[in-house]
Design a protein around this ligand. Sequence first.
Ligand code: 5GP
Length: 206
Amino acid sequence: MTAPSAAHGLLICVSGPSGVGKGTIIREVLRRRPGMAHSISVTTRSPRPGEQHGVDYYFSDRESFRRMLEAGEILEHDIYCDHFYGTPLKPLQQLVAAGTDVLLDITVPGSLAVMENYPDCVTLCLLPPSLTELERRLSKRGTETAEVMQKRLAKAREEVNMASCFQYVVVNDDLAETARQILAIIDAEHCRYARLAGIEETILAR
Ligand code: 5GP
């Protein structure tokens, strides 16, 4: 018999500096746990080579983004290196209500805004082993101009300094180990009594 569990899925905010590997880690977590989902954000930045509309992001112009904001269709949004990024509200609500755990790849202020709206969300800060390593990863990606790289690195320092705002911190040194730690956090969160309140009655009634 399967154990009773909370009906709603978890909302898991993953923040951390650009280049730390959030996207790669999220893909690895989803590969290991296919029942989970990734919240697809809306952005006004241009697609990078290989990025697909509706898979990596919903690519939008500023006017459409503004309209979505005004219509209340965005849970939280942020401006990052001159571009807008936002989390569409409805798909997220539907997934969580259906019991699916959802990973959000968002900025630090984005995670703070989600915490305000959903105090029972799980927040996780992904950090690089060092700033030198972060710089190496960013330049290896090779998708940013020197100017954008400098902006992203300056932002990275700020983001690393915000680690204390998060419930969990994972240092992304090794892909497999980082994915394992994140799944362990998610499993532990599902076992918190607050999420299983009333489980005793359910068990005693069987
Ligand atoms: P990138 O341009 O590298 O894909 O993303 C830049 C930053 O925007 C990353 O830190 C990423 O986590 C963040 N981001 C992506 N989508 C969203 C979103 O919907 N909301 C917020 N607040 N940040 C986002």
